[in-house]
Every structure is written in structure tokens, then in C-alpha cells.
Design a protein around this ligand. Structure first.
Ligand SMILES: C[S@@+](CC[C@H](N)C(=O)[O-])C[C@H]1O[C@@H](n2cnc3c(N)ncnc32)[C@H](O)[C@@H]1O
Length: 490
């Protein structure tokens, strides 16, 4: 009887924890959606600030800059075009959670949560250009294989990786029409939410509902900065203007994969994992080369955007955005600052993907520590990823564990540890190893270094800017020694 009561209490406690976890995740996701929705106002506030400064000029100085009012008008059109893209992207996103649920979480409950779950999806994307050290999110969404349908578009279904392994399918809707016309953003929002509400009914997670202003949160400006970082990431992954960066970062990895797996079988292609896949271009390229490719990403900022580009774009160059309007600094000309960028440069669904391409949402450590992942991969590719760790040793240990014996780890990136500047949080940790120590740790976990070089590159840098931060990134190929070799070495 006593034992029965204890089990019941444990079950109740687990249910409470799960509910709390989900409420926290909904809150984080609402915050991210709010950041996206706040983009037009925040961007417009910048323009208003620039206008105020302009108005303070003495008349003689103002006369020299008589073209400025026109520039402000053009900036607003660019903001409207970006906002239209962002809103279309949000509309295509199907939240894997009931966004209307009550997310009032008491201080006490919050402290009851394991640390990893606190504000999981809020610590997020990195913006290496500014050498900022934003961390990353721990949202737990796992997408099952992306596959082609008869319409030749890529579909993604979503599985939430909560402790209970609940499943929720994502319905992939048709992408809306694109427009580079600067239509007033708020009008467009109203119009589109009505359309969706009519076609999708009144379910709690229908887009019309979860985008409703009543569910939005006040977000700090730093959150909107993350949206601007995403816009820059779109150029890196999905614009012709990002080709130089992709050639510097992705090409050496793709060439190495090609050299290491020259006779890959079509019937049984090698399996490649790309942790920290960002907006998914590298994972897609690997798939197109004949690998079963899985991207892993834990930022909802990134997932919302990659889902849109991969699953909802109908043609190449369907959308136009203006990525460089948010700063007046280091511009060579006004036209450089306002420069329109067409995306995507390729139509992902026509890229010749290999069956089994998928994007898996969730924290790398959490998802790939599962026993089912043991020895599951022929190759792990990390690009600008390993320095996102709180504990890089844990990343290396997991990479070693999930590789097959004889499997390879290809890495490219710097060591700009994302949590290095997290001050003031007692329980936060950041292990910041030198390259020499990273290699020592890899050796310890059974890797043999096969190739090593330095690659000079940028990360989400405006190619037209007068400021170009360059990394001297480490590139390596390491092979996991077969077990017998491991034993004989120790
Ligand atoms: C610097 S970005 C690099 C993105 C992409 N690989 C590229 O080269 O453009 C690092 C990415 O890793 C993701 N990330 C960071 N920590 C992660 C984790 N623990 N699990 C999964 N993804 C993570 C971030 O959200 C971000 O998209």
C-alpha cells in the first residue's frame, strides 16, 4: 500500500515537472515569436532615432544632406519588405506546442526546474561578426525525415523530444506568395491572420490564434537583435551574396566528405550528422552529395527560418530582403546599405536530396546522448559549432560515442566560446580549451588526427562593409579508432 502511494506520488511529480517544462518552453517560444513580431517596430525606432539626429542639424548642414528624407523613406520600405518575409515565415510555422496554454510560472516553480530547462529556447543564436557571446537554446523538438512529396517539395514532420516522448505532427502548409513590395506590415499581418483563421478553423494552435497580440510578450531589444542576426544568417546560407563565405566554410568540408567516401553506395548511403546546423544549407548540400544527412539545431529562431526556406519556398529567388539596413556604420554607399538580396539562391526541394534528409530540433547533448545513437553515424560534421558548448569535453565525448568505429569527425571553426562572457550566474559553466587541449581531449576519446589546416574566413559578414572580421578557423579530420586499436593503445 505504502509502495503504491509512493509510485503515485512519483507519477504525479513527473506529470507536474512535465507540465512545467512544457509551460517554460511555450513561454520561450512565445518570447521568440514576439521578438520576430517586434522586428518592424524596433527597426522603425532606429530610423526614427536617425531622423531625430538629422532634424537636430543646423539648416546649412541639413541642406548638404537633402537626400536624407528620401533615404529614410526607402529604409522604411526595406523594413516593410523584411517584415513581410518574417511574417510569412511565422505563418508557415506550426508550433509543436499548444501556444494558448496558461504559462504563468511562479518563481518557486521556476527554481524547481533542472537548470537546463530554464529559459531553454531564449539563450540563442550566435552572431560571431560582433564577437557577441550569446548562448544557445534547449528547445526539444525533433523533426522526422524530411522527404519529397509528389509536388517535389520538402516536408518536415515534428516530434517533440520531451521526457514522455509525446508526438505532435507538423502540417506543412503551402507557402504564401512572395512579394518584395513594401506593403504596410501591420495591414499584411491582419490580412494574413484572417485568411489562416478561416482556412484552419479555431484550434488552439491555429496560426491565427498563436500570432494573436494577446499571446505576445514584451521582449527586450536584445531579442530583436537576434532576429537581425537571423537575417544575416539567411545571407550566409541562402543567398548568392553568401557564396564566398560558403565556399570558404562549407566547400572544404564537402570536398573532404567526397574524398573520404568516394564510392558511396546509393542503396545504403553513409550517414552524416551536422550538429548546430543553423539554417540548414550545409546539411542540405551534404544530402545532395549522396549522404543520409541530419541537421541538428536547438534554436527556434533558426528552426522557424530553416523550416520556411526548406519546406515552403516554391522557387529560387522567391523572396527579397534587405539584410544590411540596420546599421549606418562602415557603409560605402547608401545603395550598399539598402541593397536587396534575393533568397533562396537555389530551390531546396530541387537540390537532389538523398532520401532520409532531416532536421532534428533539440539540444545536441540531450538528443545524441540517447542509447539509440551509439555508433549510429559514419561521419559527424561540425561547422562553427564546438565552441557553443558549456563543456566542450562533453561534446567531444558524445561525437566519439555516436560515431561508428572508423567513423570520421570533420570540423571547421574558431574557438570563440559562447559562454565565456557569462558573468554573474553561479551555476553557469564554460570550459574554454585551447586548440592544443581540444586535440588532446579528442585523442583521449579515441580520435586520430588525419588532416589539419587553418582556413581564413568570415561569419555572416556583410561583403560590402568596410569592416570584415576574419577568423583563422581550425579545420581537421579525425578518425575514431576501431575498438581493438583503442584497447591496445591503452
Ligand atoms: C555559430 S552557429 C553555426 C551555424 C552553422 N553551422 C553555420 O556554420 O552557419 C552555431 C549554431 O549551433 C546551434 N547550437 C548551439 N548549441 C547547440 C546545441 N547544444 N544543440 C544544438 N544546436 C546548438 C546554434 O543555435 C547555432 O545555430
Amino acid at each position: 500500500m505504502e509502495a503504491y502511494r509512493e509510485t503515485e506520488e512519483e507519477d504525479e511529480e513527473r506529470r507536474r515537472q512535465r507540465k512545467l517544462e512544457e509551460a517554460l518552453e511555450v513561454k520561450s517560444l512565445r518570447r521568440i515569436i514576439s521578438a520576430y513580431l517586434n522586428y518592424p517596430d524596433a527597426a522603425d525606432e532606429d530610423v526614427r532615432r536617425w531622423e531625430r539626429s538629422y532634424r537636430k542639424l543646423p539648416p546649412a548642414h541639413k541642406a548638404v544632406l537633402s537626400h536624407y528624407p528620401q533615404k529614410f523613406r526607402k529604409l522604411r520600405q526595406c523594413i516593410a519588405a523584411n517584415s513581410y518575409f518574417i511574417f510569412s515565415m511565422l505563418q508557415a510555422f506550426e508550433p509543436p506546442l499548444d501556444m494558448s496554454q496558461d504559462v504563468d510560472i511562479t518563481e518557486h516553480e521556476h527554481h524547481d526546474m533542472p537548470h537546463d530547462h530554464q529559459f531553454s529556447s531564449e539563450r540563442n543564436i550566435c552572431c560571431a561578426q560582433t564577437a557577441s557571446t550569446s548562448g544557445n537554446a534547449g528547445s526539444c523538438e525533433c523533426t522526422e525525415p524530411v522527404h519529397r512529396d509528389e509536388n517535389d517539395s520538402i516536408h518536415t514532420s515534428t516530434k517533440r523530444m520531451t521526457s514522455s516522448q509525446e508526438e505532435k505532427r507538423e502540417n506543412v502548409s503551402e507557402a504564401g506568395n512572395s512579394s518584395s513590395e513594401a506593403e504596410p506590415y501591420k495591414e499584411r499581418c491582419k490580412h494574413n491572420s484572417n485568411e489562416v483563421a478561416e482556412s484552419n478553423g479555431n484550434g488552439p494552435s491555429s496560426p491565427g490564434d498563436w500570432l494573436s497580440p494577446s499571446l505576445q510578450l514584451d521582449v527586450p531589444l536584445v531579442d530583436v537583435d537576434k532576429v537581425r542576426c537571423i537575417i544575416r544568417n539567411i545571407v550566409r546560407d541562402w543567398a548568392a551574396e553568401g557564396k564566398k563565405e560558403r565556399d570558404e566554410c562549407y566547400k572544404p568540408i564537402l570536398e573532404e566528405l567526397d574524398a573520404l567516401f568516394p564510392n558511396r553506395s546509393e542503396e545504403s548511403p553513409p550517414a552524416c550528422l551536422v550538429p548546430g546546423a543553423g539554417l540548414g544549407r550545409l546539411a542540405l548540400e551534404i544530402s545532395s552529395m549522396g549522404f543520409i544527412s541530419q541537421g541538428n539545431e536547438f534554436s527556434y529562431y533558426m528552426m522557424i527560418c530553416s523550416n520556411f526556406v526548406l519546406n515552403h519556398t516554391q522557387t529560387a529567388e522567391e523572396w527579397t530582403i534587405h539584410p544590411w539596413i540596420h546599421s549606418n556604420c562602415n557603409s560605402l554607399s547608401e545603395s550598399d546599405q539598402l541593397h536587396p538580396v534575393s533568397i533562396p539562391d537555389i530551390h531546396p526541394a530541387s537540390a537532389g536530396i538523398t532520401e532520409g534528409f532531416s532536421m532534428c530540433g533539440g539540444d545536441f547533448v540531450e538528443v545524441y546522448s540517447e542509447p539509440s545513437q551509439l555508433g549510429a553515424w559514419d561521419v559527424v560534421v561540425t561547422c562553427f559549432f564546438i565552441d557553443t558548448a558549456h563543456n566542450i569535453i562533453e561534446y567531444i565525448e558524445i561525437i566519439s560515442r555516436i560515431l561508428k568505429d572508423g567513423g570520421v569527425w570533420i570540423n571547421l571553426g574558431p574557438l570563440l566560446y559562447h559562454f565565456a562572457d557569462m558573468h554573474g550566474q553561479e551555476d553557469d559553466m564554460s570550459i574554454e580549451l585551447s586548440l592544443e587541449d581540444v586535440k588532446r581531449v579528442a585523442l583521449h576519446y579515441g580520435f586520430v588526427l588525419e588532416k589539419e589546416k587553418t582556413i581564413e574566413t568570415t561569419y555572416t559578414t556583410n561583403p560590402r562593409s568596410m569592416m570584415q572580421n576574419r577568423y583563422f578557423a581550425a579545420f581537421w579530420t579525425m578518425r575514431k579508432k576501431p575498438v581493438e586499436m583503442n584497447h591496445s593503445a591503452s
